[in-house]
Design a binder for this molecule. Sequence first.
Ligand code: ATP
Ligand code: MG
Ligand code: MG
Ligand code: MG
Length: 480
Amino acid sequence: MRTSEIRQRWLDYFERNGHHLAESASLISPDPSLLFTVAGMVPFIPYIIGTEKSPYPRIASVQKCIRTNDIDNVGRTTRHGTFFQMNGNFSFGDYFKEGAIDLAWGLLTASPDSGGYGFDPDRFWVTLWDQDTESFDVLTKKIGVDARKIVRLPREENFWDTGQPGPAGPCAEFHYDRGPEFGPEAVGGDVDPGGDRYLEIWNLVFDQFMRGEGKGKSYPLLHELEQKAIDTGAGLERMAFLLQGKNNMYEIDEVYPVIAATEQITGRTYGQGGEPDVQMRVIADHVRSSLMLIGDGVTPANEGRGYVLRRILRRAVRSLRLLGVQEASLQHLLPVSKDAMEASYPYLGQDFARISEVVYGEEESFLRTLASGTTILDVAVADAKKTAPSHPRLPGDAAFKLHDTYGFPIDLTLEMAREQGVEVDESAFRTLMAEQKARARADALAKKTGHTDTAAYEQVRSSLGASIEFLGYTQDEASA
Ligand code: ATP
Ligand code: MG
Ligand code: MG
Ligand code: MG
């Protein structure tokens, strides 16, 4: 079953079941507190938290998503993309737990001839909040799931909230058992032991309670909500890799063609294991994410969304280099990704001249940066090794100079130094960065007011600690 068909079946099924079909919102989050749309529910947040009334009691969608927090997992797990599509169905004061479980089970297990996906019902394991007896009863008595395959978890592990007083509620997650060849059976019910046997495919969130103040998950549940909501998300690529009999989400029809094109460019064969396979998967994922981000109007920049795009694109180029490709190559990959995605997103074809110009331009400029910076880095690395052969460390000012003079991003310095067994004095680097930014702001202020006020300088400087993180130089960002 092609991914575009799995997607269409989702929409058709929920339309038959009385849902209004909503178009995917942009990857640029409609909610101003998020950089990107990270889940299917994002466009419906006002309906879920109850600040606005939904014009439809039932909605279904297939939402384009970006999750940068998964970037280090890409290519290494079977299931994490920076870009992916989340299939969702939502109820605002309409059906609740039983309805949502019935609908999910119906679509997963109905035969392909009758519009379903035809998954074997015996393969599913379900995680529930341990207090949620209602869902437990529906699953065991009505649906007929073996109680042994229902894993009941404490609130810390299976409960949704927004991080502040407001709506909250338990989840029911459907995990698919890929079989004993992928590891031991879920001992003690742990379906997420880090192996590949159990694949989380669908999360049903039951928005049931009003919660009070409290840290983490230790808040009181005050009362049941008057208008309860259902918010579900199922990974389209995850279902596709199961239904297409593939090993992971990078091998499905919408992603794999780029891996195949990478084989052509690099002269390597995919599937031999090890780092080259990881790199090919990273390339395929990142090329697709770049295509989709630029398609939604993001352009490379040094902060915010544009910085995320820049990093993703540069990581793709870096991975190509690690596979031995020195010259500009995205022209051989981007059109392949576009062809694979166009059935679901026809605007990609119409807008491809613009999209490709952005990608190829960024690749060119990064290759120039790499050429000049690599030589400097190699010298600095050799120095560090000479200074402390047993524990070589690249000083913060060397990393800063690479950044400042040669436009070499810190994540790249970290990665390339690490490849040569050298660590980087990152905290010294960050201090230098903060000082530079504070200087720039103080200068701007001086220009405006005509004098340099050192108090203002200090203030700007101390406020920078926080904003630097926001700009994307977090630990998580830097490690990629
Ligand atoms: P995981 O535990 O595998 O990281 P999750 O619990 O973070 O997934 P949810 O936030 O529950 O995921 O999102 C709902 C569904 O979206 C998941 O069940 C999964 O099918 C899909 N999904 C989530 N993150 C990704 C991703 N990075 N790539 C592909 N699909 C994803
Ligand atoms: Mg996750
Ligand atoms: Mg999970
Ligand atoms: Mg989940």
